[in-house]
Ligand binder design. Structure first.
Ligand code: ADP
Ligand code: GN1
Ligand code: MG
Length: 353
C-alpha cells in the first residue's frame, strides 16, 4: 500500500509494510516499516482541512526545526523526512499530498489518561510546548485554517449549513440545534476578550487532545508534542480548554450513553496545576479565562461536529453514519456539566494559580 509514494521519500531502506494507524480525525495516517526495521509515519494530508498545503508544511518545517534547538533528545520534537527532491512534502496531484515523519520510538500515545499523573504530564507537555515557542517569530506562521477557534465564525458557518440542510437531517436533531443556538452568546465571550485586548495572542498548538502528545514509555514523561497542523497564533485558553474537553471527560468523545459523560473536577485540577507550572508567564486575565476556554472549546467542537453532520460528514473522519452526531451530543453534555460545575472550576484555577 502506497509503496510508490514511499519510494519518493529519503527513507533509510525500502519500505516493507505500510498500515493504517492511529485515531486522528483529519489526516490519513500510516505506520511504515522498512527493510532495516526502522519505523516512520506516512500521512496523506487532508486537503479539505488544509487548502494551503505549502503554507502548512512551511509552518511545520519551521516549528519542528525551532523545537529541535530547544531539546537534546532527537525524539523531543517531530522530524520531517525529505523527499527525493529535498522537499518537506510530496505533491502528487489534486488531493494527493503526502509527508513522512520519523516514528517517535519508545513512546506511548493515550486515548484517555490511565492515571491522573498521565494527564498531569500531558499538561506539562502542552504548557512546555507553548513556553518553548514563546521565542518563535509568530508573524512568519501561516494561518493554516482561517478562524480556526473563532467561535462566532463557527456559528456563522453552522447557520449557513443549517439553512441549506443538504442531507435533510435538521428535522431529526432539533434539540441539538436548539442547544447550539441557546449557547451562541456564551460562545462569543472568549473571542470578545481577545478583541477587547484583554488576552494576548501567543503561538499555540490549538489541537491539544491527549492523543496529540507522546509520553515516554519507560517514565511516562513528556517526550514530544505531535499534530502541529494548527500551530499558529492563538490564546492560552484554547490549548488549556481543548485538553480539558478531551482529557478531563469521563467518557470517550463518541460515547452513546450520555449518562457516562461528565467533566471530572479532580482531573480539571490536575491539568490546571501542570499547565500553570509549565506556563508561569500567563497573565492574571489569562488565568481567569481558562475555565471559559474549556467551556468554549467544548461548545465549539460540538457545534463543529453538528455542522459536519448536517453537511454530510465531509470534514471529520467517521466510522458509521451518525458518528458526528454522537460526538456532538457528548460535547453538549459536557458543556451542561461544566455549567453546573462552573463555580468550582473558577475556584480551582484561583487555588492552583
Ligand atoms: P490527525 O491530524 O489525523 O489527528 P496525527 O498527526 O495526530 O493526525 O496522527 C494520528 C496518530 O498517529 C497520533 O495520534 C499518533 O498515535 C500517531 N502518530 C502521529 N505521528 C507520529 C509519530 N511521529 N510517531 C509515532 N506516532 C505518531
Ligand atoms: C480534530 O486532528 P485531530 O483528530 O487531532 C480537529 C480538532 C478537533 C478534534 C476533535 C485540524 O483533531 O480541531 O477538536 O478533531 N483537528 C482539526 O476530536 O480540525
Ligand atoms: Mg491528532
Amino acid at each position: 500500500m502506497h509503496f510508490d509514494v514511499l519510494a519518493r521519500f529519503q527513507l533509510d531502506a525500502p519500505a516493507v509494510s505500510c498500515e493504517r494507524y492511529g485515531c486522528g480525525h483529519i489526516n490519513e495516517t500510516y505506520l511504515v516499516v522498512t527493510e532495516s526495521g526502522r519505523r516512520y509515519i506516512l500521512q496523506k494530508i487532508s486537503n479539505r482541512a488544509f487548502p494551503d498545503v505549502a503554507g502548512l508544511q512551511e509552518n511545520i518545517s519551521a516549528v519542528t526545526e525551532f523545537l529541535h534547538t530547544q531539546t537534546d533528545d532527537p525524539y523531543g520534537a517531530l522530524t520531517l523526512i525529505p523527499t527525493d527532491e529535498g522537499k518537506v512534502w510530496l505533491h502528487l496531484g489534486e488531493n494527493s499530498d503526502w509527508r513522512v515523519y520519523d516514528f517517535i520510538e519508545g513512546s506511548i500515545c493515550l486515548q484517555k489518561p490511565e492515571t491522573a499523573e498521565d494527564f498531569y504530564q500531558s499538561a506539562i507537555a502542552f504548557g512546555t510546548f507553548q513556553q518553548q515557542l514563546a521565542g518563535f517569530p509568530a508573524h512568519t506562521l501561516h494561518e493554516t485554517i482561517k478562524n480556526f477557534h473563532n467561535t462566532p465564525d463557527r456559528y456563522r458557518i453552522f447557520k449557513e449549513v443549517l439553512a441549506k440542510d443538504v442531507m435533510g437531517r435538521a428535522k431529526d436533531v432539533q434539540p441539538e440545534i436548539d442547544f447550539a443556538l441557546a449557547h451562541e452568546e456564551m460562545g462569543s465571550r472568549l473571542v470578545g476578550l481577545l478583541n477587547e485586548g484583554k488576552l494576548p495572542l501567543r503561538v499555540t498548538h490549538n489541537d491539544t487532545k491527549l492523543n496529540n502528545v507522546m509520553l515516554s514509555e519507560s517514565e511516562r514523561k513528556p517526550l514530544c508534542v505531535i499534530d502541529l497542523d494548527t500551530t499558529m497564533p492563538g490564546l492560552s485558553a484554547y490549548d488549556f480548554g481543548d485538553s480539558i474537553r478531551f482529557g478531563a471527560a469521563t467518557a470517550a468523545e463518541d460515547e452513546k450513553d450520555l449518562s457516562k459523560m461528565e467533566m471530572d473536577l479532580e482531573l480539571f485540577r490536575t491539568f490546571t496545576r501542570g499547565f500553570l507550572k509549565a506556563c508561569p508567564g500567563l497573565t492574571g486575565e489569562e488565568r481567569k479565562a481558562l475555565p471559559l476556554g474549556a467551556m468554549t472549546m467544548t461548545l465549539e467542537c460540538g457545534v463543529r461536529f453538528l455542522t459536519d453532520y448536517l453537511d454530510g460528514d465531509h470534514y471529520f473522519g467517521i466510522h458509521y453514519p451518525d458518528h458526528n452526531l454522537d460526538r456532538c451530543r457528548t460535547q453538549f453534555k459536557l458543556v451542561t456539566d461544566m455549567e453546573a460545575k462552573w463555580d468550582e472550576m473558577m475556584k480551582i484555577v484561583e487555588e492552583e494559580g
